[in-house]
Design a binder for this molecule. Sequence first.
Ligand SMILES: CC(C)(COP(=O)(O)OP(=O)(O)OC[C@H]1O[C@@H](n2cnc3c(N)ncnc32)[C@H](O)[C@@H]1OP(=O)(O)O)[C@@H](O)C(=O)NCCC(=O)NCCS
Length: 183
Amino acid sequence: MNKTGTRDIETARLLLRRFVIEDADAMYANWCSDPEVTRFLTWPTHIDVEVTRSVLNDWIPQYDNGDYFNWAMELKDTGELIGNISVVQVREDIGEAHMGYCMSKAHWGCDLMPEALTAVMDYLFDVVGMNRVSAVHDVNNPKSGRVMDKAGMKREGILRQAGRNNQGIIDEVWHSMIRSDRT
Ligand SMILES: CC(C)(COP(=O)(O)OP(=O)(O)OC[C@H]1O[C@@H](n2cnc3c(N)ncnc32)[C@H](O)[C@@H]1OP(=O)(O)O)[C@@H](O)C(=O)NCCC(=O)NCCS
């Protein structure tokens, strides 16, 4: 694994970049304060912007670590901060990155997260040298599964009552791409 950390990635419509503390207000307003966004996530809806600021204060120093991958999603056209895509767990022994993502409701349904996930997977395979990129979603949150499908991941199966999020104990649907799936 090449510990290259979080580097800027550009796609057709997005700049994926490191978070800065000045992102707190937009991050809070655009997704962290929205219970519809956090419905199937593992962290609680932020009750005020100070919670968002303290999350950023925890994240930003971690950019010094080469195995920390956490991108802010910025719309290139407007500069608006619309979401977050990150590696939530690295397993160095098998070269695996496990992904998480969320985005402002105002931009759902525009294929933006598949665009981000595709670009991040390219980076993780081609630059970091990962062998497997995986992701899970709540069986009741199929639109997240569509993101995984559209980015080219394969559905692996369901682990019953194997996870927990804001809905309680959940059945997890696993997806992945492995290096040999790529053409
Ligand atoms: C899951 C999420 C990232 C999808 O991102 P996105 O950029 O909207 O993805 P897509 O445009 O590919 O849409 C995915 C699916 O969402 C559904 N969808 C699209 N627009 C929608 C809308 N306005 N409202 C509800 N669902 C919608 C569709 O089923 C779509 O699939 P389709 O294109 O095959 O019809 C986004 O909905 C989100 O941030 N949700 C909350 C956080 C979350 O659940 N994260 C994943 C945890 S595993």
